[in-house]
Design a binder for this molecule. Structure first.
Ligand code: DGI
Ligand code: FE
Ligand code: FE
Length: 194
């Protein structure tokens, strides 16, 4: 699918700010794909489509999740976690995108997961560091993303877990699995991640 076709699909479903966020995530994902030798086309397409289902009615997302192979335990967690998995199903069913790496990048863009592919990490980090984001600590993640994608993904996961815990929010298991996986990897590599 071409970039302009993907934009036409998502644009009617996104508010203005969310559409602008989407374009910034796409720019960031292209930059990271160039840096880390990933397909620029895949990174751009995954980024354009990643928040496709963000404003779908909760009932629609619930139905998509129930009617698919997606884990039903998603429905026991915050509905913010539903839009990535729902979009990964929709882009295949409605728009014929079957590339599994693109679909996984979209599926896991909110939670992360253990053993993310390079494309998955590029989208995960791009969504976190795009220039419109102002989370505490985001500048540090932006800097690290220029030299170490795994470390940047680890920092984004750490910050998100800390943020969720500070709000007494639940944390979806995949987010912990992603964090643990990258922690082991970084420790094994002798990186100082203290
Ligand atoms: O859709 P975006 O706003 O661009 O970003 P996103 O898809 O990363 O959604 C982030 C929101 O999801 C953020 O407000 C935190 C929330 N969230 C709720 N529960 C979890 C969670 N994020 C993660 N990683 N894990 C959770 O369990
Ligand atoms: Fe999202
Ligand atoms: Fe997003």
């Amino acid at each position: 699918m071409r970039k302009d076709e993907a934009i036409e699909i998502v644009k009617p479903h996104l508010k203005k700010e969310r559409f602008e966020h989407t374009l910034r995530v796409a720019d960031t994902a292209v930059q990271l794909a160039e840096k880390y030798d990933e397909s620029v086309e895949k990174a751009e397409l995954a980024a354009i489509l990643h928040d496709y289902a963000k404003y779908f009615p909760l009932e629609d997302m619930r139905q998509i999740i129930n009617g698919s192979d997606l884990p039903n335990d998603l429905l026991d967690y915050h509905h913010e976690l539903w839009h990535g998995p729902a979009a990964s199903v929709l882009i295949k069913q409605k728009h014929g995108i079957s590339d599994l790496d693109i679909r996984n990048a979209i599926h896991y863009h909110t939670t992360g997961r253990a053993g993310m592919s390079r494309l998955e990490m590029i989208l995960f980090v791009s969504d976190y560091i795009e220039p419109g984001r102002s989370f505490p600590g985001v500048d540090e993640v932006r800097t690290v993303a220029q030299t170490d994608l795994h470390h940047a993904a680890w920092m984004a996961l750490r910050n998100t877990i800390q943020f969720l815990v500070s709000k007494h929010a639940t944390v979806y298991p995949d987010t912990f699995y992603a964090y643990n996986h990258l922690t082991k990897r970084l420790n094994a590599g002798g990186n100082d991640i203290s």
